[in-house]
Design a protein around this ligand. Structure first.
Ligand SMILES: NC(=O)c1ccc[n+]([C@@H]2O[C@H](COP(=O)([O-])OP(=O)(O)OC[C@H]3O[C@@H](n4cnc5c(N)ncnc54)[C@H](O)[C@@H]3O)[C@@H](O)[C@H]2O)c1
Length: 284
């Protein structure tokens, strides 16, 4: 018996990389999968691969950042399988440049695929889930959105945006039985082809899907509105925290704040550089 037998899942950007890995894993656990990718060849190849392994899949070749494309995801799921239980917003691109060299086209392309798609692809599915007993939605963030990365002001902005989107949608989804997650993956894919060999060895692509399966299945119970970092055989929750802080006297000035900051009462201590640049607890 599979973890998600009889469920229907939509995975965007599933013609390659992590999306393809997720689609295969979801199908292997009993789900029927809508394989979206704007590369028709890639989407069809993933579908054929799943079907050849005894699974059920249907292709959708829409651009997830367009309203028509987003609407077509739900249409494909309903036409092929009659329902939808899981949506994985995974499709992504990079358009890296230092901020002084960042062109408007690079900025817009990132916002289209990573942020506009959250609206365009999620809204129809969320509406259907609301009227049909709930579901699970997983969005995709990145360490670039959580910690920042040189050359990725566009991508970092969008990926931090997925956290805000997830937090709010999880609150709205609660009364409809819709759980909403964020995943921050790390894996050797076309997107990370520029990374060093050490990264590629550590972050094998199939070491993220078990975390996704946990999130979308009953194994995670009522959990919602959380971000899990997953990669290289490691998984852990990521969250923003506020320092216990400083309570000033009734009358206080900027100088009082500066004094408290100097006494370590406001900011978190700096992490060692190694912790900031590497991924996961193995770097601590
Ligand atoms: N690989 C990593 O280590 C890593 C780290 C952090 C975040 N991510 C995020 O994970 C997701 C998957 O990344 P990946 O590494 O598998 O990338 P990938 O390049 O291997 O695959 C992405 C897929 O998305 C498709 N796609 C792009 N734009 C699309 C659009 N508008 N509509 C439909 N399909 C589209 C591409 O054709 C491609 O097949 C992305 O959101 C990425 O930002 C990846």
């Amino acid at each position: 018996m599979g973890l998600i037998d009889g469920k229907v899942a939509i995975v965007t950007g599933a013609g390659a990389g992590l999306g393809q890995s997720y689609a295969r894993a979801l199908a292997a656990e009993g789900a029927s999968v809508v394989v979206n990718d704007f590369s028709a060849k890639a989407a069809e190849a993933t579908v054929q691969d799943i079907v050849a392994s005894g699974g059920k899949a249907a292709a959708n070749i829409a651009d997830v950042g367009s309203l028509e494309g987003g609407a077509s995801l739900l249409e494909t799921a309903l036409a092929a399988f009659g329902r939808v239980d899981i949506l994985v917003n995974n499709a992504g691109i990079l358009r890296d440049a230092s901020f002084v060299k960042m062109e408007e086209s690079q900025w817009e392309a990132i916002m289209h695929v990573h942020l506009k798609a959250l609206y365009a692809s999620t809204k129809p599915v969320f509406g259907w889930m609301k009227d049909n007993g709930g579901g699970v939605i997983v969005n995709t963030t990145s360490t670039a959105g959580i910690r920042g990365n040189f050359g990725q002001t566009n991508y970092g902005t969008a990926k931090c945006g997925t956290i805000g989107f997830t937090n709010s949608l999880a609150i709205e989804g609660r009364k409809y039985g819709i759980r909403v997650w964020n995943i921050a993956p790390a894996a050797a894919t076309a997107l990370t082809a520029h990374m060093p060999d050490e990264y590629k060895r550590q972050f094998h692509i199939d070491r993220v899907a078990p975390t996704l399966l946990y999130m979308v299945s009953e194994l995670s119970g009522e959990q919602s509105g959380k971000t899990l970092m997953a990669g290289g055989g490691w998984v852990g929750e990521c969250r923003f925290e506020v320092h216990a802080g400083y309570v000033p006297e009734e009358a206080f000035s900027a100088h009082d704040i500066a004094r408290a900051a100097g006494e370590g009462k406001i900011f978190f201590p700096e992490r060692p550089a190694k912790w900031v640049t590497a991924y996961g607890p193995q770097a601590e």
